[in-house]
Design a protein around this ligand. Structure first.
Ligand SMILES: Cc1cc2nc3c(=O)[nH]c(=O)nc-3n(C[C@H](O)[C@H](O)[C@H](O)COP(=O)(O)OP(=O)(O)OC[C@H]3O[C@@H](n4cnc5c(N)ncnc54)[C@H](O)[C@@H]3O)c2cc1C
Length: 348
């Protein structure tokens, strides 16, 4: 699919519209697959885990990590069916709230091909036609699948973008290399509760809510000025759904150097985002238990409520770190860096 100038689309919305126009003409896969008899049945021995893996799976951390994982095609379809019947209608309103189980959690199945996107598309179309699924909910969810397609499309047309910024002026971005800051971010010890909750969810479960992925990525690249590549590498190492296309697009979008990216001057304020999308602090309490006792007012920015922390026995800097960075000052520094990078004579 190319745009009116015969070039690959570089903006999501026109890509989405063009894809919708083409989708009318596509057919389910069954007819095109060819001769099924060529497919050999799986060797039963393949389903027996090697001893080394069995031993690994006995470890408490591995059991915790796998507790919510359902492996295999049949499980993936059951999960999709349940999501379509029970949660899809609320998806548009609830998908941004990390404490709610409002998204499909199917990215791992989609990444590993347990779910085929075309089959999913026709399944939902049939449900829509029969009225068995909420139309606006399923449209909103399908739109996210198109983001996934867009990521694959971008990587197909610009394979170098897995590791290089789409916008070449960002090659000159003067990233810092701060090993200690990076480690605090990785370990969920930044002192910014919503970010720490996300990073700990990632470490303990191999996944992280989409909204929180954006917040942790914004803090790392824009407030801490660490390259999106180190964040991308950590996600690649820890996410079950780690995907070359989605991960590169996600990081470049947040860092501001991607196609159709979040503008460089847009920094998420993690405290405001936390108050908006985790108002009661439920998500934070789940992953940052040392802040459990704090009120929903104090939990998003404990350093602003020293009295309450003292009363509730939360010693800042001892039980829970002070913020790794001043959000306002680091925002201003980021904007200055980008302005300088874009200045004429600097390739801008
Ligand atoms: C910095 C960053 C890195 C990311 N890295 C990955 C990654 O490595 N692998 C990955 O699958 N997703 C990645 N995402 C996208 C998104 O966060 C996950 O796809 C989503 O959280 C998975 O949860 P879900 O299956 O419940 O999604 P749902 O909300 O139920 O969405 C359905 C499906 O649509 C696709 N999708 C949804 N949002 C996006 C998106 N923004 N971009 C591309 N596809 C999307 C996924 O396949 C997802 O399973 C990243 C986002 C950011 C901001």
């Amino acid at each position: 699919m190319l745009n009116g100038q015969g070039k690959p689309y570089a903006v999501f919305t026109p890509f989405y519209k063009a894809l919708q126009a083409q989708a009318v003409g596509i057919a389910p896969l069954d007819e095109a697959l060819g001769d099924w008899s060529l497919l050999k049945p799986a060797d039963p021995a393949c389903s027996v885990l090697p001893d080394s893996l069995q031993t690994l799976m006995q470890r408490p951390w591995a059991q915790g990590l796998m507790a919510n994982e359902r492996v295999g095609e049949a499980e993936a379809w059951t999960q999709l069916q349940r999501f379509a019947e029970e949660d899809m209608a609320d998806y548009p309103e609830q998908r941004d709230f990390p404490a709610l189980p409002a998204t499909s959690a199917l990215s791992v199945a989609l990444h590993f091909g347990e779910l085929n996107v075309r089959a999913v598309y026709f399944y939902l179309l049939a449900l829509q036609e029969s009225g068995a699924v909420d139309a606006s909910g399923s449209q909103a969810w399908l739109r996210q699948l198109v983001w996934r397609e867009f990521a694959r499309y971008l990587l197909w047309h610009a394979p170098q973008s897995q590791f290089e910024p789409f916008q070449s002026k960002f090659v000159a971005m003067p990233w810092d290399e701060d090993a200690e800051a990076l480690q605090r971010w990785q370990h969920g010890q930044t002192g910014i509760p919503i970010v720490d909750a996300g990073m700990r969810q990632l470490w303990q479960t191999g996944t992280m809510h989409n909204r929180v992925r954006m917040l942790v990525a914004s803090l790392l690249t824009k407030n801490l000025n660490q390259s999106w590549r180190v964040g991308q590498a950590w996600f690649d190492f820890t996410l079950f759904d780690a995907d070359p296309a989605n991960n590169a697009m996600g990081w470049q979008w947040v860092a501001g150097c991607g196609v159709d990216a979040s503008p460089y001057y847009r920094l998420f304020n993690p405290v405001l985002q936390s108050r908006k999308f985790d108002e009661q602090g439920d998500y934070i309490r789940r992953w940052v238990p040392e802040l459990k006792a704090l009120s929903s007012k104090a939990i998003h920015a404990p350093w602003e409520e020293p009295l309450e922390c003292q009363m509730k026995g939360v010693r800042l800097g001892v039980d829970y770190p002070l913020p790794i960075v001043d959000l306002q000052a680091s925002r201003a520094a980021h904007l200055q860096r980008v302005e300088a990078m874009k200045a004429p004579g600097n390739g801008g």
